[in-house]
Ligand binder design. Structure first.
Ligand SMILES: NC(=O)C1=CN([C@@H]2O[C@H](COP(=O)(O)OP(=O)(O)OC[C@H]3O[C@@H](n4cnc5c(N)ncnc54)[C@H](OP(=O)(O)O)[C@@H]3O)[C@@H](O)[C@H]2O)C=CC1
Ligand SMILES: Nc1nc(=O)c2c([nH]1)NC[C@@H]1CN(c3ccc(C(=O)N[C@@H](CCC(=O)O)C(=O)O)cc3)C=[N+]21
Length: 283
């Protein structure tokens, strides 16, 4: 049976450190302060925004929530971003995704000042991610890299399959793993031979939103399985992986809940502090 990769425990460990860092900044009169713009009333988004707020408070970080109605116009959202960009007291801005369909979310992301881009989703920061010198990485991808490192699971030379190619998870994770010298395959909904690919993989990461996608017969003995998915199945929160069966084959596996999710929230907070420090001329 595989070992559990305890993301929640690692998030708490990192949280203790970050709390101290924030305390030191505050002693110098600097309080990290960021804003989450949430448009519409997606119930999952409301929960995430609150989860982040709780974490921010625990870290000593100020998080404002700008809740905008479902019929918000594009220009109204752009104006808010402009206002926050221009406010020197605000260190970070993020737009909770998904946004309602009349909203062009990419245009909103492009409007965020890259120096305040908590999610690392502005074109400037995505571009830098694929270069050698990057400063802000999307939190989920960063969290997964940190989790593997914490458990001393090497990436160099490993065959990795990332299932999912979103800008927020799959693509940035592939970039970071490539940088660590893994051989990365990105699979998606048009991939025709998924099981063939995953069966060869040393490390499988699933970020699709499809419950029970990754089954035991798709996993090599001793593989590492990272489950990013958040799904509701029969009233239960589950990932993309058929956990009970796959854990018997995997050497390491992340649970849902308690795996990648808490690390995402922790690394968003880390990003806010990083941006704040840099804006104040600190390393
Ligand atoms: N734990 C955490 O911290 C986080 C969890 N999530 C969760 O992770 C999941 C993915 O999120 P996100 O990347 O934003 O989602 P998107 O919907 O943007 O992307 C999903 C990706 O999965 C692919 N996909 C969907 N179904 C299949 C399938 N049957 N086989 C292969 N590929 C498939 C899609 O392919 P195509 O491109 O062809 O459509 C797409 O690339 C969601 O459940 C989300 O809630 C997201 C962010 C953070
Ligand atoms: N601009 C933007 N940035 C994001 O980072 C972003 C987003 N939009 N939209 C939605 C996704 C999803 N996401 C998660 C955050 C926390 C948990 C999390 O804390 N999960 C807990 C369980 C939470 C629960 O019980 O529901 C866990 O897995 O243990 C999961 C998923 C961030 N996202």
């Amino acid at each position: 049976m595989g070992k559990i990769l305890d993301g929640k425990a690692l998030a708490n460990l990192l949280g203790e450190n970050l709390k101290k860092k924030v305390k030191n900044l505050k002693a110098e009169g600097i309080t990290p302060h960021f804003c989450v713009i949430n448009i519409g009333d997606d119930p999952a988004s409301k929960i995430y925004v609150r989860t982040k707020k709780r974490r921010a408070e625990k870290m000593g970080i100020i998080q404002d929530i700008y809740q905008m109605p479902a019929d918000t116009k594009q220009q109204e959202a752009l104006d808010l971003i402009d206002k926050l960009n221009a406010n020197p007291n605000i260190n970070g801005v993020m737009v909770q995704l998904p946004a309602p369909e009349q909203i062009d979310a990419d245009e909103l992301l492009e409007r965020i000042d890259p120096n305040k881009d908590v999610d690392g989703l502005t074109p400037a920061n995505i571009g830098r991610l694929w270069m050698e010198d990057h400063f802000i990485e999307p939190a989920t991808a960063e969290g997964i890299i940190a989790l593997l490192k914490h458990y001393e699971i090497p990436l160099k030379g490993k065959d990795v399959v990332v299932i999912g190619r979103s800008n927020i998870v799959g693509k940035p994770l592939a970039a970071l793993m490539l940088e660590q010298n893994a051989t990365v395959t990105i699979a998606h909904s048009e991939t025709t031979n998924l099981a063939e690919l995953t069966k060869r993989a040393d490390i499988i990461v699933s970020a699709t939103g499809e419950a029970l996608l990754v089954k035991a017969d798709m996993v090599k003995d001793g593989a590492v399985v990272v489950d990013v998915g958040i799904n509701h199945l029969n009233g239960k929160l589950v990932g993309d992986v058929d956990f009970d069966a796959v854990k018997e084959k995997a050497s390491y596996i992340t649970p849902v809940p308690g795996g990648v999710g808490p690390l995402t929230v922790q690394f968003l907070m880390e990003a806010v502090v990083k941006l704040t420090r840099r804006q104040n001329g600190r390393k």
